[in-house]
Structure formats: C-alpha cells, structure tokens
Design a protein around this ligand. Structure first.
Ligand code: ADP
Ligand code: MG
Length: 241
C-alpha cells in the first residue's frame, strides 16, 4: 500500500474539518478526491504532506507510519511531493535550479543531482527550457516544472491540489492528458484533489467523494456514476454533470 488513511480527524477551533477519513491507495493508483469547495480536501492533503498534524487517526506512506497522535514525520522526510494550484516555483531561479532544489536540500552530490534533474526534465519534456526563468513559461509549462520538481525530490507519492484550476479551459484538457502520462511514466501513486466532476471522471482509477469532511463513497468512476452510495453523492454527481 502506498498510502493508508485510518480514521483521520482534523479540527480547527473545535470544528471538525476532516471527519474520520479512511482509505487505502495501492502502488501506482490514480486516486481522486472529489468534493465541493470547503469540504476539507486541501486540509486532508496538508495532513498527508505533513503540513498539518492530525488530531486523531493514522497516516502511513509506503509502509511507514508518518502521522498519528504521537507521531509526526516532517514533510521533507515523507517521499511525498506536492503540486499546488499556484505552482509555488522560485521566481529568481531557472527551471533547472527549481527542479534541483529539493535534491540539493537533501544533500545529494552534484553529479547525482545533475542526473536526476535531467531525467525529471525529460519526463515532462522540458529539457529545452532548462535555463529559462518561470516567468517566461506558460501556465502548463510551469505546472510541468512543478511535476518535475516532485520527481527530482524522490517523491513516490504525488499530491496534487487542484493543479489545473488556474489554467485556461483549452489548456486544461491538454494538461489532463499530460498529468495522466506523467503519472504512468514516473510510476508514482497520485492523490489528486478537485471539485470538478468531469476532471475526476477523466483521470481517476478510484474516486472518493468528499462531503462535509467525510468520504461518502470510494469507487471507480463508473460505479460512482451508476451506483451512488448516498443521496449526497447522487446529487453532487448529478448537479455537476
Ligand atoms: P477545500 O479544499 O475542500 O475547499 P479546505 O480544506 O481548504 O477545503 O477547508 C475546509 C474548512 O476548513 C473550511 O471551512 C476552511 O475555512 C477551514 N480551514 C482550513 N484551514 C484552516 C485553518 N488553518 N484554520 C482554521 N480553519 C481552516
Ligand atoms: Mg482546497
């Protein structure tokens, strides 16, 4: 199992934002968390990345417990890369320097870093842009730099928080295909967050429908569509269609 969530709970000021979430992701799976704005998706991702601490429950990544009531492995030791909606690239660094950053921070040798960076940039077809600054790239290209940086950091699990939300509609379809290709080529497990039902259906092996902090149903896109487990799932899928 790449990622195990066991009754994960997170509260802010007494309000439960993530409510007893349980799920298991197998190696290489593309797992989509689908739910409306404010249902707790980003908080769940931040818990998995180690950017927030759980109040209850456990999280395990690649066989090791990383979160629990008495345990909190720091983000940089989790082998999980995060791609945010806003890319979060360093504006003053070239593409190559951005991608090298996590490997440098981990203290790898120069030759090894050069190798890893070249492989990662090739995976996302960005080698020709290696010496450019992020400001000179398109939104889709910046998104690919963020993906390459995940890979270079040794991520075996990639967490994506609505990575296409800032892109033009025509670019979104292309990036969806690229994200799917990246997922396959890089051989990573992907947890992908979105409020867009169509995007979820197009990308997912499994979809977890999230509502008010809970996972209401975890199933294939087909089953979610054909056999919604609750009234809320049916309404959310129906309303967004
Ligand atoms: P989503 O990503 O699904 O839109 P979020 O996880 O961002 O939802 O937020 C879920 C709820 O938790 C919202 O009501 C939000 O205001 C609240 N929340 C998120 N982060 C914090 C925080 N650091 N402090 C207090 N409340 C928060
Ligand atoms: Mg969010």
């Amino acid at each position: 199992m790449s990622l195990i969530l066991e009754n994960v709970v997170k509260k802010f000021d007494g309000t439960t934002v993530v409510n007893s979430v349980t799920a298991r992701l197998t190696d290489g799976e593309f797992f989509v968390v689908l739910g409306p704005s404010g249902c707790g998706k980003s908080t769940l991702l931040r818990l998995i990345a180690g950017l927030e601490q759980v109040d209850e429950g456990k999280i395990a990544l690649n066989g090791a417990q990383v979160s629990g009531v008495d345990r909190h492995v720091p983000p940089e030791q989790r082998q999980a890369g995060v791609v945010f909606q806003s890319y979060a690239l360093w504006p003053h660094m070239t593409v190559r320097q951005n991608v090298a950053f996590p490997a440098e921070a981990a203290g790898m040798g120069r030759a090894q870093i050069a190798d890893i960076v070249e492989n990662s940039l090739n995976t996302v077809d960005l080698m020709p842009f290696a010496d450019r600054l992020p400001a000179s790239l398109s939104g889709g290209q910046r998104q690919r730099v963020a993906l390459a940086r995940c890979l270079a950091g040794g991520a075996r699990t990639v967490l994506m928080d609505e990575p296409l939300a800032n892109l033009d509609p025509h670019l979104r379809g292309r990036m969806e295909a690229e994200i799917r290709r990246f997922h396959k080529d890089a051989g990573v497990t992907t947890l992908y967050i979105t409020h867009d039902q169509r995007e979820a259906m197009a990308l997912a092996d499994q979809i977890a429908v999230m509502w008010g902090g809970r996972f209401l149903q975890i199933a294939s896109p087909q089953d979610i569509h054909d056999r919604p487990a609750t009234e809320e799932v049916a309404r959310f899928i129906g309303r967004a269609a």
